[in-house]
Design a protein around this ligand. Structure first.
Ligand code: URP
Ligand code: ZN
Ligand code: ZN
Length: 512
């Protein structure tokens, strides 16, 4: 008979404790002897898990033989990755991204990511219908997930539905697209209304920052010049187009005094706008994605169309130099967390743009690769510490979307979403062995040190010995409450501003 574990409830500590001796339940796990890493601290400790929850983190935890023990000596035990930016089964550019909520999540788990936040798109502008459609798609989930919501038009109904999403559906973030004219792009008037509404709900405004009108003009120019291949994608939407939209969104968020999250920061131009705003004290979050940190645009000039087309995403992967600058911004704290924008289309789908780059579905892979590639380029290169690695791949996302410390931490009471990474083992990425449904991989052939050997999702070992054990329907929807830490003090700044307006200007009556 299972008993609550009175020895372990005290949680993190430095003594010896005894756990799990009174049950035959198989949902008990002890991770022994690893270096447990949180964003704020690391220590050699054991981690005891019961029924999907971390019960204790102590240097020595004794257990009965009913508990499965995993030896993590010499390895890092870290919170599972949280990817803030994915598009699974996304209807986009006349097709649907090929990873669904099962295949995409299985791939994620194989790479050490245990939660993701996907973007719900309204159905014909209707937020509730969009939410219900995504609820259906996500039924096959094998790991935990949350939702952001895109806002693509504005009226009283949309405004009311945003409120419903926050108050009843567990959504605390809304994305506005400044590009994709005719599909999702919004103008400044809508952006301002959306920002005001987000602020009133304690929801985080997010932007895809590219000037959509400039993109159309850039595309027209390329086609006129006869540039129809994938390189036309990069040439038609240069960094200045991203920089302009980033600056505009940041200034409008400042005007409204609401926090802002800039998704997929791909260029120095955009990154410097985020840096400037943060230096001035504005609440702006910048999210680089793995492709922007690790690659450069030269692939888009590859003579083989399939190879070049797999790198087409928006904003585009930039010239050499932007990658290193984004890495430096991540290590110095100018950018805060790493996403993927995982949105995959296979070669057949990408081939619809063989004669016209504008028709290549935009999107790249990353959900399975993010944890390894970020470890390789940021930790192995000495640019960030292991604790910072946890912060940028997991903890900061949990804090921004207000689900910390349930997620993003190895603490008593947190969900048992955990990875064991062996820094002395190595990884190799290839489409032949990846778990995504797509037939290409933008990191094809990349090798590096640091391998996720074990992934634990909700207390279940789902990835071990290079084998996945995943079951559709086991993933849970994680509701994200409004008013994250980003909103602390926002009202004070408003009050100071309002006070400054209180003294009306006295003017003498005109005698004319
Ligand atoms: N980024 C991209 O190319 N595809 C997904 C949609 C988006 O995030 O803009
Ligand atoms: Zn986007
Ligand atoms: Zn995206």
């Amino acid at each position: 008979q299972s008993q609550p574990n009175q020895f372990c409830e005290a949680g993190i500590g430095y003594g010896e404790s005894t756990c799990g001796t009174a049950s035959s339940s198989s949902s008990k796990l002890l991770i022994k002897g690893g270096t447990v890493v949180n964003a704020h601290h690391q220590q050699v400790a054991d981690v005891y898990i019961e029924d999907g929850i971390i019960v204790a983190v102590n240097p020595t935890i004794m257990v009965g033989d009913d508990v499965r023990v995993i030896d993590a000596t010499g390895k890092f035990v870290m919170p599972g990755g949280i990817d803030p930016h994915t598009h699974l089964e996304f209807e986009f550019m006349n097709t649907v991204s090929v990873d669904d909520f099962f295949s995409g999540q299985a791939a994620a788990l194989a790479g050490g990511t245990t939660m993701h936040i996907d973007f719900v798109f309204p159905t014909n502008g209707n937020l509730t219908a969009g939410f219900e459609a995504y609820e259906k798609k996500a039924k096959k989930s094998c790991m935990d997930y949350g939702f952001h919501m895109a806002v693509t038009k504005w009226d009283e109904t949309v405004s009311r539905e945003m409120e419903l999403m926050v108050k009843e559906k567990g959504i605390n973030s809304f994305k506005f697209f400044l590009a994709y004219k005719g599909f999702a792009m919004v103008n400044d008037e809508l952006l301002l209304e959306g920002f005001k509404k987000c602020k009133s709900l304690g929801a985080l405004a997010m932007v895809h920052a590219e000037n959509g009108d400039a993109v159309i003009e850039g595309q027209r120019k390329m086609i006129e010049l006869g540039i129809t291949g994938p390189e036309g994608h990069a040439l038609s939407r240069p960094a200045v187009v991203e920089g302009e939209a980033t600056a505009r969104a940041i200034r409008l968020a400042d005007f409204v005094n609401t926090p802002l999250y800039v998704v997929h920061v791909m260029s120095i131009d955009a990154m410097e706008e985020v840096a400037k705003a943060r230096k001035a004290g504005q609440r702006v979050i910048g999210e680089p994605v793995v492709s922007g940190l690790a690659l450069d645009e030269s692939w888009l000039w590859h003579p083989d169309f399939d190879t070049a087309a797999k790198y087409v995403m928006s904003p585009p992967i930039r010239k050499k130099g932007h990658d290193k600058a984004l890495q430096a911004a991540l290590s110095s704290g100018v950018l805060q967390l790493v996403g993927t924008d995982h949105c995959v289309f296979n070669s057949t789908q990408k081939a619809s743009g063989i004669d016209d780059f504008r028709k290549i579905p935009n999107g790249v892979n990353g959900l399975e690769e993010r944890m390894h590639v970020v470890w390789d380029i940021m930790v192995e290169s000495g640019q960030i510490s292991v604790t910072d690695y946890v912060r940028v791949t997991s903890t900061e996302c949990a804090r921004i979307f207000n689900i910390y410390p349930k997620k993003g931490a190895i603490l008593p009471g947190s969900d048992a979403d955990i990875i064991i990474l062996n820094p002395n083992s190595s990884f190799e990425i290839t489409a032949k062995s990846h778990h995504s449904r797509t037939d290409t991989n933008i990191y094809e052939g990349r090798k590096g040190k640091g391998k996720v050997e074990v992934t634990i999702s909700g207390g279940r070992v789902v990835w071990e010995n290079n084998e996945l054990k995943v079951v559709p329907g086991t993933g849970k929807y994680i509701e994200m409450p409004p008013y994250s830490y980003l909103f602390d003090g926002i009202d004070k700044k408003d009050a100071i501003y309002l006070n400054s307006l209180q003294a009306p200007v006295k003017r003498a009556k005109s005698t004319a």
